[in-house]
Design a protein around this ligand. Structure first.
Ligand SMILES: [Zn+2]
Length: 472
């Protein structure tokens, strides 16, 4: 696509900038990639991706679980390959930086996309030309990007574009999620599409779920069961339905502090050009439904792209020894005196539901919910949040702004105030002031169980808040 002289020059320039990294004050993470793309022009990324990585690359995207899933996939596939890999990318510069690090046999990259303009998923797809794209799920979050409304359809389209260039590859997608299933259905002509999900006979959902639109015909989907948010077993009059699963969780037994799961797999392997079948029984810590999905995604990805002869045994050994860690800012249950306090970010509908499920099992006698609201133009997120608040049905509800707009926050409060014993506390966009107020609320609360979650502008807000709570 570009001549090799230009390609080599671009690569040398970027290598040099790598050595400057140590002294760059900020923004160093994507700098070598930025230099590479500036010198070599963006088209040079095509040569970089295809010369640096022998057997091709896979990209992982979605709304929830990208980082956890990518981390698992990297650890698993590094048993088979010399990998080029990175987590947390959401720009083409970061991706180029990751590709520049070393020559590799296989590439595994997380790629987060909020909108087409910032994520350029069509360009990334064309230039990286991945052999596989992995979708976790697509639910409503960040419906506003850089002050501009980003409708859900556009958000889905942005994620869809990431697999636009994939041919004769493997698309791995969440079959329980109609949005990611629809992406998969449209890729079946040129690719193997592998669906994963839950196939549980008895499942009780505590949330009142919103109506979900059929991605194919826009009518309302019918659900036999909702697992969480839009994920479940669904069908539509137009024929669109939850697909046959290639990797499915068929049994789940919860013990006091652990769980036992059965997972059945029948997955096409990209390198071996054959289907791999096995049944896996895993004994795991109590990891929550979101991590069960992360595990299914990683299992499907490893089975599709491994060159190992003992895929099942490798997975067994890996997951039974895996340390599930709580990423920064995420929900945690803390003991504060004789109170139990659940705290952490819940920026999208899914996240707050997962937090609420955790909290629900730990409520002692009565609950106070300190809810931090979304911003202006984020009504969709608020709608999802509302079903979590309803499911927990707190004795006391405190509403505070979580993002910038105080007007928007008060308008959300107006929609809640008559349903709950509630109070609105307007605090301007200042982390420290908001943290101080929350600490004060915890100290003076009359309730023995408190959940603090919702939107917050930065992970650091939740991390600082958790630190402050631990000091009480
Ligand atoms: Zn339909």
């Amino acid at each position: 696509m570009v001549n090799s002289i230009k390609y080599n020059f671009a690569k040398t320039g970027a290598k040099l900038s790598s050595s400057l990294l140590k002294i760059l004050p900020t923004g160093g993470k994507s700098f070598p990639g930025l230099v590479f793309l500036k010198i070599g022009e963006e088209e040079a990324l095509y040569d970089l991706a295809n010369k640096q990585v022998e057997k091709g690359s896979i990209l992982i995207t979605g709304t929830n679980g990208k980082t956890t899933t990518t981390t698992m996939i990297i650890k698993l596939l590094s048993k088979d390959f010399k990998l080029a890999a990175s987590v947390g990318n959401n720009t083409i510069n970061a991706l180029a930086t990751a590709l520049l690090k070393q020559k590799a046999e296989f590439g595994v990259f997380e790629y987060g996309i909020r909108d087409i303009k910032h994520g350029v998923p069509d360009k990334v797809s064309r230039l990286v030309k991945p052999v596989g794209v992995i979708y976790t799920n697509i639910s409503r979050e960040h419906t506003q990007v850089a002050g501009i409304k980003n409708p859900f359809e556009k958000y889905v389209e942005a994620k869809t574009l990431l697999s636009q260039s994939v041919e004769n590859g493997v698309i791995i997608t969440n079959g329980d999620d109609p949005n990611t299933t629809f992406i998969g259905k449209n890729k079946e002509t040129n690719n193997k599409v592998m669906y994963y999900g839950l196939e549980l006979k008895e499942f009780e959902d505590i949330f009142e779920e919103e109506k979900v639109q059929c991605p194919n015909c826009k009518k309302e989907l019918n659900y036999d069961v909702h697992y969480i948010n839009q994920r479940g077993i669904y069908h539509c009059d137009c024929g669109f339905k939850r697909p046959e699963l290639n990797v499915k969780l068929t049994e789940y037994t919860q013990n006091i502090d652990s769980c036992d799961v059965t997972i059945e797999a029948n997955v096409y392997n990209h390198h071996k050009k054959t289907d791999i079948q096995y049944t896996l029984q895993l004994h795991l810590p109590l990891v929550g439904i979101h991590n069960l999905y992360n595990i299914l995604t990683a299992i499907t990805a490893y089975t599709a792209f491994s060159i190992n002869d003992n895929i099942k045994e490798t997975l067994q050994e890996f997951f039974e020894n895996y340390e599930f860690i709580v990423p920064p800012g995420r929900f945690e249950l803390l003991e504060v005196g004789d109170k139990i306090v659940g705290v952490g970010q819940g920026d999208n509908g899914d996240a707050l539901k997962v937090n609420s499920l955790y909290m629900k099992d730990s409520i002692k006698n009565n609950l106070e919910f300190i809810y931090t609201t979304p911003d202006a133009n984020e009504e969709e997120i608020f709608e999802d949040h509302k079903s979590s608040i309803k499911a927990l049905n707190p004795e006391k509800l405190i509403v505070m702004p979580g993002r910038v707009s105080l007007e928007a926050s008060e308008a959300y409060y107006d929609q809640l105030k008559d349903t709950f014993n509630s109070e609105y506390i307007p605090i301007e966009f200042d982390f420290q002031q908001r943290i101080d107020k929350i600490i004060d609320l915890i100290k003076t609360s009359e309730y023995d169980s408190i959940i603090i979650s919702g939107c917050g502008e930065e992970i650091v807000f939740w991390d600082e808040l958790k630190k402050a709570i631990k000091k009480i």
